[in-house]
Design a protein. Structure first.
Ligand SMILES: Cc1cc2nc3c(=O)[nH]c(=O)nc-3n(C[C@H](O)[C@H](O)[C@H](O)COP(=O)(O)O)c2cc1C
Ligand code: SF4
Ligand code: FES
Lengths: 447, 211
């Protein structure tokens, strides 16, 4: 791997970085100062030139998204930061917030300035009681020190930031469901068009960006778009924080250039636990089709992962080793989707539920060979036939596991039980690793 | 509850007396003032109800409906959508155990089963001593520290069966252990205040009165 200096996680080892003084000492709010010296249109141009693409899953070019915001419609413009992080296997937004909240906040302020927004919202996942508190403290500090309020960093630009806590619903991470939720309704997706850029929050032009996306922005302003574009690949520029979990020696967030191979990322996490062989991994969380050992050299950028038949999603690598049961993992993912389906449309609401039944009997060894095709069939009737991408995500683990591990399903049918669990034996509980030292330090400073 | 585990309005419980007193109503006005439209404060106000009553009874929903000029049915429709709003009496500590694959691969499922054994039959509603409500949780976005357990949504890292047992014992004895990040979690009422937004910035005085 070429030499790479961490950008987004550079301050993580320093617990003081989560405070305003610590952040300023590390060069914080320099990007904002540079942005405020430019016109909003120039800021958008800089972000466009950097090639930054959204880290929330879809990879939409961030500068382009900002440029869609119409001005002078007579309505206010809103920016909503998506801090609902709930895609199974994904945990980089949480740690970015816990360790460096001002980096995110600075990005949010720059974005708001660029689109002429006066009130920005952060939709914080309800279960993030503590990360949300870290954010609230950063917001309070920013007001005290004049980075928010009537005169942002001494300029004539005024901005308020409102932190809103969610209440436990994965679907509220989907941007239009998030807006519904923020307006005080059930979190159910809206029909698009109109897109949020035209009619978003309170039917006003709205930008929605992920926490990691916004965390990149101060650096782009401070060090320039060419520097940012020089990291990563041509079409997936910049650094990325990859969440690696499951059967690796050191699960965690690892920062690397976009386009780093899955093999290198898993090596950063210490390799597969106990030197076992890798069976499967998700490149971007539970909603992205499984890949296998043959795909380990896939560069983890938007286009390469798509070419390999999956999606980069949230850059969340969940690793299954040779002794882990794919059917069991897929069942659990499917239970997740059945629980989190918002219930608005039939293919998703009914499809996920019936899939849990079929997979459940399969996992118990009571399935039939026809069940395997039945599941593919149900999947085809869900894929691209539902209102939002949750249903497509639910099909991913099922379809891809049947594609690569059909024999494993068949083995369950033939044996009448899970082949990875001897009769009477339970799934092995994994060994527990010691926490890294910096994790303890953070609790001491902020606790 | 539907077969898939979704709540319906039939799941909503009730209490005899009013829920929101004068102080809570003053706070409610300040929460409403945070937002461009009052209705955005609906979930925060339901958290406020939860912080007063320990859960969200129908009476509280009616009071919130009145405050926001909504019908009770509109409030119920929202309240039943979100899992962190508790529609029936629950324990002072919600014990969540993640069993999504990244945790399950590292012992999360066994942990959940063990908790169930330790807490007894009704623990998914409330334990006999009123201390716990056990929940099987979806991915808590902390898979790096799997298996993850949370007390009132404050996280404990890499929890072993032994650690879980001593945690349960300690909470029962009134000695809540410090979480891996975020200090000692408060009771659900207290955490619900945080979720209502009361630990963050709230508009003051005149600004709040206008709302
Ligand atoms: C079911 C579903 C859940 C989603 N959850 C999240 C989430 O938790 N966080 C997030 O940033 N984006 C999530 N997204 C993507 C958002 O809809 C949206 O694309 C994203 O927040 C845009 O930000 P970005 O351009 O910075 O990536 C989800 C999408 C879907 C379909
Ligand atoms: S696809 Fe599923 S989650 Fe999305 S709108 Fe339809 S029912 Fe709701
Ligand atoms: S799977 Fe348990 S926290 Fe992610």
């Amino acid at each position: 791997m070429p030499e790479f200096e961490p950008v987004l996680t550079a301050r993580w080892a320093d617990p003081a970085a989560a405070t305003m003084d610590g952040y300023l000492a590390g060069g914080g709010y320099r990007g904002l100062a540079k942005a405020l010296d430019m016109s909003p249109a120039e800021v958008i141009e800089v972000v466009k030139t950097s090639g930054l693409r959204g880290r929330g899953g879809a990879g939409f070019p961030t500068g382009t998204k900002w440029s869609f915001i119409p001005q002078n419609t007579g309505k206010p413009v809103y920016v909503v930061a998506n801090f609902d992080e709930s895609e199974p296997g994904t945990f980089n937004n949480r740690e970015l917030m816990e360790r460096d909240p001002h980096q995110f906040l600075e990005g949010l302020i720059i974005c708001s300035y660029a689109v002429n927004c006066r009130t920005a919202f952060v939709y914080c996942r309800g279960e993030f009681v503590w990360p949300g508190t870290v954010l609230e403290r950063a917001v309070a500090e920013a007001y005290e020190r004049g980075y928010l309020g009537a005169k942002v960093a001494g300029s004539d630009y005024a901005l308020d930031v409102v932190v809103h806590r969610g209440a436990g619903a994965y679907i509220c991470g989907e941007e239009t469901a998030l807006l519904e939720s923020l307006e005080g309704y059930r979190g159910q997706p809206r029909l698009r068009p109109p897109f949020p850029a035209v009619e978003g929050l309170y039917r006003s032009p709205t930008v929605i960006n992920n926490v990691e996306t916004l965390s990149c922005v101060p650096h782009i302003l401070d060090r320039g778009p060419a520097w940012f574009a020089s990291i990563g690949t041509e079409k997936s520029s910049g650094p990325g924080v990859f969440s690696i979990s499951g059967k690796v020696e050191r699960p965690g967030n690892y920062e690397a250039p976009m386009g780093t191979t899955a093999r290198d990322l898993i090596a950063m996490a210490g390799g597969v636990t106990d030197g076992k062989a890798l069976k499967a991994f998700t490149p971007g969380g539970s909603s992205t089709p499984f890949l296998t050992a043959q795909h380990l050299d896939t560069p983890m950028d938007f286009d390469s992962v798509a070419a390999a038949g999956s999606l980069l999603g949230t850059k969340a690598v969940i690793v299954l080793d040779e002794r882990d049961c794919v059917v069991d993992a897929v069942l659990r993912f499917t239970q997740f989707y059945a629980h989190e389906s918002c219930g608005k449309c039939t293919p998703c609401r009914e499809g996920t539920w019936w899939m849990t039944r079929v997979l459940g009997r399969m996992a118990r060894g009571q399935g039939t060979m026809q069940d395997i095709d039945l599941m593919r069939d149900v999947g085809q009737n869900m894929l691209f036939k539902a209102f939002c991408a949750l249903a497509d995500g639910a099909v991913s683990p099922i379809d891809s596991s049947i594609k690569y591990f059909r024999d494993e399903y068949e083995e369950h049918v033939r044996l009448g039980r899970c082949p990875f669990v001897e009769p009477g034996e339970e799934t092995a509980a994994a060994a527990v690793a010691a926490p890294p030292a910096h994790e303890l330090a953070l609790g001491e400073v902020l606790g | 509850m539907t077969e898939a585990g979704h709540l319906t309005t039939a799941d909503i419980g009730d209490v005899p007396g009013p829920v929101l007193g004068d102080d809570a109503r003053a706070l409610a006005r300040r929460i409403v003032a945070k937002y461009p439209t009052p209705r955005s404060a609906l979930v925060p106000l339901l958290y406020l109800v939860q912080s007063e009553a320990g859960w969200v009874p129908r009476k509280g929903m009616r009071e919130v409906a009145e405050l926001l000029g909504l019908t009770t049915a509109e409030v119920e429709a929202v309240a039943t959508f979100y899992t962190m709003l508790k529609l029936h009496p629950c324990g002072r500590y919600v014990l969540s155990i993640c069993t999504n694959p990244s945790c399950a691969l590292r012992g999360g499922k066994r942990l959940f089963e063990r908790a169930h054994e330790l807490l007894g039959e009704d623990c998914e509603h409330v334990t006999a001593d009123g201390v716990f409500t056990l929940e099987e949780e979806e991915c808590l976005a902390a898979c790096d520290t799997a298996p993850v357990v949370a007390l009132n949504y404050v996280f404990y890292n890499r929890v072993t069966e032994e650690a879980l047992e001593s945690m349960i014992e300690a909470v029962r004895a009134g000695r809540v252990p410090e979480a891996s990040r975020g200090g000692v979690p408060g009771e659900l009422r207290e955490v619900s205040r945080t979720l209502a937004g009361l630990t963050g910035r709230l508009p003051e005085g005149a600004e709040a009165e206008r709302a």
